[in-house]
Design a protein around this ligand. Sequence first.
Ligand SMILES: [Zn+2]
Ligand SMILES: [Zn+2]
Length: 295
Amino acid sequence: MSRSEPLIGAHVSARGGIDRAVDNAMAIGAEVFQTHPTPAQTWAPLRLDSIRLAAYREKYAAAGLHGHYLHAVYLINLASPKASLLRQSIGSLVHYMQLADQLEAVGVVFHPGSHLGAGFASMRAQIGAALREVVERSTSKALLLVENSAGSGGCVGCSLEEVAGIVEAASSEQVRVCFDTQHAFASGYDLRDAAGIARTLGDFERLIGFDRLALVHANDSRRELGSNVDRHANIGDGEIGVDGFRLLLADERLRALPWLLEVPGAENAGPDAGSINALRECAGRELVAVHATAL
Ligand SMILES: [Zn+2]
Ligand SMILES: [Zn+2]
């Protein structure tokens, strides 16, 4: 594998213990992986006991994987006008950054949230200050990855302009961007053909810069361009289609990045070996052997 080949992986389950996520990533042929270390809809922190942590570290070191990314809980809202929710969101991200250190994870992906009608401009400084506080309080070296959103009422970070505004307001080397293809498409960025991709990536370069991009979430879209609806489809089964992913993966600015699938898979149980192979095929890479038994 030459160094400019994309690393291809997926979101995997951490049910039964964080070390199981390593097994799950290996079972589907992932090179990089992402987990929700805690249930995505609750604030409860993860208390890692030393035995579990040792099991994880041993498996992770032996697996030869190229990076673990944590996905923060969906409750986080750094744009909330409510002080209590803002404080809880910052605390949760600090916890995730510390977990990232313990788990030797590369970064923490989070959704910036919703301004609930207040408007992005009035919340921009608050989001920036919150991110700086997270970086400073956690003392972690992990990246804090702002994910672009799909859209819908009061959402923050649907446009690349807003993502750029967040990164600028944070003004920290650790704050980078995760680009989700489905969310971008839902927000009106066409990724189906060369012209649409050139326009979208041109905007990205001009507004944010590719030195700020650390991760791609590779998801096809169940819904049409500009739907503002967050519905992921398997690669090639959605509106973006195989041609779109081939073109995206051929672009030098994206090719060297890690690509993580968050797709339903064949059984609606999350990304599987077939999901990995569909994206590897788009990248022009050889396919991984499909394991018959799921863990
Ligand atoms: Zn995503
Ligand atoms: Zn999504």
